[in-house]
Write a protein that binds this ligand. Structure first.
Ligand code: PLP
Length: 378
């Protein structure tokens, strides 16, 4: 029998999405203005307990607008979590600002408050005032926001919350997307909900979001003709894509439940296997479990991450290494880094397992059979 490939995190659309798209088509609102954009922005802001939102074409565009909104420019300094996807920090380079990378801690795998403090104290000694801290909730697990926000307040630095992977996650009942001055989301095809490609910038400041909206539509002055005093971008999401997003948002909670069940499936199967560890939720943390990840101690279980990936690949099951930290990337080899090697170890020993909300019982049987064989589970 021909087996279909099991993907890591494929898009998962329902019936409402197609209906919304056809409504957008028949209304002829197919470009960057229209009722679905207004509705999607209102609903996504409400979901994240924010006053307002600007929907754009990618999470990276949302980070770029956050950087512009904070007035970050050539020569400024931005501190960014090292263990992340490069979209978190590329926009800092677009503006020719300097990036300093901060290591992770072991409890959430996100920005280590101690390393952040070390970096900020060093900056102070060198008379550098960083303009922003970019903190990420990787794989859906919230970062230690209480500590990070209080350090940011102490050093008077704005926080940009990269919640690209964490829509639906919560910290002490506060949703990810609600922390810091500005938050960003991604609706890329692999995310917990998708618009095919898309993102959003969220804030409680109407000024910030008005400015982002202005920049996202070519910085056109409010005149009856085209007048420009600033350089802008063509970043705004289309009404068609917003129509998909608004339907996806309605089923987000179901998607979170499904991904959390995936996590429990792997956890129950492997919790007693020597050399395997999972990322537990500390008290007060609620992860959307966007991707289920585990760490493998080769010495204890006799198999390496690369061996495991190729074993899965034989059965057309997609898995992936964890993000390679930014301070280990050739492009950032000259950037400063504060930390003790936690993210290096996560990269070396971690693997992401198939985690889509559309994985069915048949897929799980295939995955279970494979894992049972690899780890000789009785
Ligand atoms: C942590 C993180 N930040 C930023 C991004 C950028 O989002 P996008 O791909 O929508 O530009 C992504 C994902 O793709 C991400 O995982």
């Amino acid at each position: 029998m021909k087996r279909n490939r099991i993907f890591l995190s494929p898009p998962h659309l329902g019936k409402e999405e197609a209906k919304n798209v056809s409504v957008a088509f028949s209304s002829n609102w197919i470009s960057t203005t229209g009722p679905f954009i207004d509705q999607f922005e209102k609903n996504i802001a409400k979901y994240c307990h924010r006053k307002t939102a600007c929907a754009v074409q990618s999470g990276t565009a949302a980070i770029h607008l956050a950087i512009k909104t904070l007035g970050i420019s050539e020569g400024d300094t931005v501190l960014c979590q090292s263990f992340t996807f490069i979209g978190s920090c590329n926009p800092v380079i677009y503006e020719k600002a300097n990036l300093i990378f901060i290591d992770s801690e072991t409890e959430t795998w996100n920005m280590c408050p101690n390393s952040l403090r070390d970096a900020l104290e060093d900056c102070r000694k060198r008379k550098i005032t960083p303009k922003a801290i970019i903190v990420v909730h990787l794989y859906g697990m919230p970062a230690k926001m209480d500590e990070i926000l209080s350090i940011a307040t102490e050093f008077k630095v704005a926080v940009i919350e990269d919640a690209a992977e964490a829509l639906g996650s919560k910290l002490n009942n506060k949703p990810c997307g609600s922390f810091g001055r500005l938050s960003i989301l991604s609706f890329n095809g692999n995310k917990i909900i998708t618009t095919s490609g898309g993102g959003a910038l969220l804030s409680n400041s109407l000024n910030d979001i008005n400015q982002a909206n202005f920049l996202s539509t070519q910085a056109k002055e409010n005149k009856p003709f085209y007048e420009h005093k600033k350089i802008g971008y063509n970043y705004k999401l289309s009404n068609i894509l917003a129509s998909i997003g608004d339907a996806q948002l309605k089923i987000l909670n179901d998607r979170v439940i499904k991904r959390r069940k995936n996590y429990m499936f792997y956890y129950e199967l492997l919790k007693n296997t020597r050399g395997i560890t999972f990322l537990n939720e500390p008290k007060g943390y609620y992860s959307n479990r966007w991707l289920t990840c585990m760490l493998i101690d080769k010495k204890a279980c006799g198999i390496s991450v690369d061996q495991l990936i190729s074993e899965f690949e034989e059965d057309k099951i997609e898995t992936r290494r964890l993000w390679k930290p930014m301070h280990m990337q050739p492009i950032f080899k000259n950037n400063s880094f504060y930390g003790s090697g936690v993210s290096d170890l996560l990269f070396q020993n971690g693997i992401c397992l198939p985690s889509g909300s559309s994985i069915d019982e048949y897929d799980k049987k295939r995955i279970k059979r494979k894992l049972t064989k690899i780890f000789s589970i009785k």
